[in-house]
Design a protein around this ligand. Structure first.
Ligand code: CDP
Length: 578
């Protein structure tokens, strides 16, 4: 295999601050004890340690070098827990877990404990609360009334509030409740007060039958989770409207399309998938986990301007190396609970994705709001998925398929090492470290303040934009000042159309286009796609409901909307003057 030529990643000022605050190891006196290069070397060495089990010291040394170059070259970064914990005593490397919540006191508080043990290692946790009996239901042992899922979720939330992940970042949770749970409306409105469940993202688990009932104006049954009895009926369109209204007001809930997830479940014989990780990109069975990694598309553009194109060969080669990296992570990861180790070993799920999609488009001279962007999205996703599948098959030849693999599953008759291979993560911090746009999102603004890492405020002006402004003969300082004040270019007078369309930002991209890009990726990605459909402040609850319906029609596995201004202290804020 050809070596990856390494032009080292430029570590920006913001990246350095993030690395220093949370990622670089410290000595006993709390002084920083490694450089970013040392960090990548530590991670490469720890992960390539897995190669000793399969190929011996020669292979380990060879792969250590390749893994280090993947990271120092800025081509690939694994999820945050891998960067933080590889080669340390903690050794837990996965970002995503799902834990079961059984309908007993032991079960519920066991799950709180398990959550704490996962979160202190830096992992995020997702739960289905659908099995809990509804509020007011009989408790046999005491004759009292049950609290219901929303009330118990507050205990999980409070526990998270008090555990910082590995002491390094806030814990994150996903809470899912099925739409036919009797407490669904309480769940839908649980975050509307602006103070409850702040460490949770919420998703209503909806079925095709529910979406069809909503479209047809029919009612649907509520089902008692313990007895399976039908205990009432609701108007589906009204429930969808209630979800849209809550999401309009506070960003939650999103929707999880359970049937789309079930259709893509690679191991249905192990049970139904009821929940995802916190940001929604990985549907998982109880106790399963997934480690993520992201290729930096901005580093994969060859040429400039109209002649620029995606370097497919390099994308495929890097994807193959990254799949090996992520499979090795499963080998060396120290899982905080035995059932987690067993579930990871059974399906070996990994999620290779991309970041820097928006930057890649800018470099190729393509507007995010164009048919061409959607076509490029599909192209990238297909190359990624095919390369990852090929690499996982190659690993299965070398190391054997995942133990739960069976002939004729969704990946076909050829053994494969990993039950899933691709996912599109938000890359909230990885994007900062790599100095590129997050995940597959458009640029949020061209100049903005970013509230990162528990309240710190970083100001950023997009460097690509500065350069492009200069190339158009515009005074970048004045333009940047204008953009900083108004947040986006379309609000600034006298800007050439080419510049305006290339640097279109999240709120200027119509919802339909956000959905089309998400769908183009989802068509090829075997896990899910983390994507926010941004809506302007003037959007209505009916607009949100329309996005929900369209997401289902497009076959997405989940959908999240965010109306600008609907959340206080939001992570990203437009223009420094706002
Ligand atoms: O960029 P980074 O690797 O830090 O994370 P991300 O791509 O923004 O998020 C990927 C996953 O990490 C999320 O879906 C969560 O499972 C987990 N996460 C978490 O547990 N806690 C956070 N504060 C952020 C992310």
């Amino acid at each position: 295999m050809e070596e990856v030529p390494v032009k080292p990643l430029h570590i920006s000022e913001n990246a350095r601050r993030v690395l220093e605050a949370r990622y670089l190891r410290r000595d006993a006196r709390g002084r920083i004890a490694e450089s970013p290069e040392d960090l990548f070397a530590r991670v490469a060495r720890a992960v390539a340690g897995a190669e000793l089990r399969f190929g011996g010291p020669g292979a380990a040394a060879r792969w250590e070098g390749r893994f280090r170059r993947l990271m120092t070259g800025g081509y690939f970064l694994p999820n945050s827990p891998t960067l933080m914990n590889a080669g340390t005593a903690l050794g837990q490397l996965s970002a995503c877990f799902v834990l079961p919540v059984p309908d007993t006191m032991e079960g519920i508080f066991g799950a709180v404990r398990d959550m704490a043990l996962v979160q202190r290692t830096g992992g995020g946790t997702g739960f289905s609360f659908s099995r809990l009996r509804p509020a007011g239901d009989l408790v046999a042992s005491t004759g009292g009334a049950a609290s219901g899922p929303v009330s118990f979720m507050k205990i999980f939330d409070c526990a998270t509030e008090n555990i910082r992940q590995g002491g390094k970042r806030r814990g994150a949770n996903m809470g899912v409740l099925r739409v036919d749970h009797p407490d669904v409306l309480a769940f839908v409105r649980a975050k509307l007060d602006g103070v409850s469940l702040q460490n949770f993202n919420l998703s209503v688990g909806v079925t095709d039958a529910f979406m069809e009932a909503a479209a047809a104006g029919r009612t649907y049954p509520l089902v008692h989770p313990r007895t399976g009895e039908r205990v009432g009926r609701l108007d589906a369109a009204e429930v969808l409207a209630a979800m849209a209204e809550a999401a309009w007001a506070c960003g939650d809930p999103g929707l999880l399309f359970l049937d789309a997830v079930a259709r893509a479940n690679p191991v249905p014989e192990l049970g139904p998938i009821e929940a995802t990780n916190p940001c929604g990109e990985v549907p998982l069975l109880p106790y399963e986990s997934c480690n993520l990694g992201s290729l930096n598309l901005a580093r994969l553009v060859r040429g400039d301007g109209t002649g620029a194109r995606l370097d497919r060969r390099r994308l495929r080669r890097l994807a193959a190396e990254a799949v090996r990296f992520l499979d090795d992570v499963i080998e060396v990861c120290r899982y905080p609970l035995q059932p987690l180790a067993e579930a990871a070993a059974a399906t070996r799920k990994i999620g290779l994705g991309v970041m820097g999609f928006a930057e890649m488009l800018v470099r190729m001279g393509i507007s995010y709001d164009s048919d061409e962007a959607v076509a490029v999205a599909g192209d990238v996703a297909r190359e990624l998925a095919e390369a990852a599948l090929a690499a996982s098959r190659e690993l299965a030849r070398e190391r054997g398929p995942y133990p739960a693999w069976r002939r004729g599953g969704p990946a076909g008759d050829v053994p494969v090492r990993n039950a899933t291979r691709t996912a599109i993560a938000p890359t909230g911090t990885l994007g900062i470290i790599a100095g590129t746009s997050a995940g597959i999102e458009p640029f949020f603004a061209l100049a903005y303040r970013r509230r990162a890492l528990d309240g710190e405020i970083l100001t950023e002006v997009n460097p690509l934009f500065e350069a492009a402004a200069r190339a158009h003969g515009l005074d970048p300082r004045r333009l940047v000042e204008d953009v900083r004040r108004r947040g986006r270019l379309s609000a600034v007078p006298d800007v050439p159309e080419t510049l305006r369309s290339r640097f279109v930002t999240a709120l200027e991209v119509p919802p339909e286009r956000h959905l089309a890009v998400q769908a183009a990726f989802q068509r090829h990605v075997d896990n899910s796609v983390s994507k926010t459909v941004n809506l302007p402040p003037a959007a209505t609850p009916a607009d949100v409901a329309a996005v929900f319906r369209r997401a289902w029609e497009l076959g997405l596995k989940g959908i999240t909307v965010y109306r600008y201004g609907s959340k206080a202290g939001q992570v990203l804020e437009l223009g420094a003057g706002d």
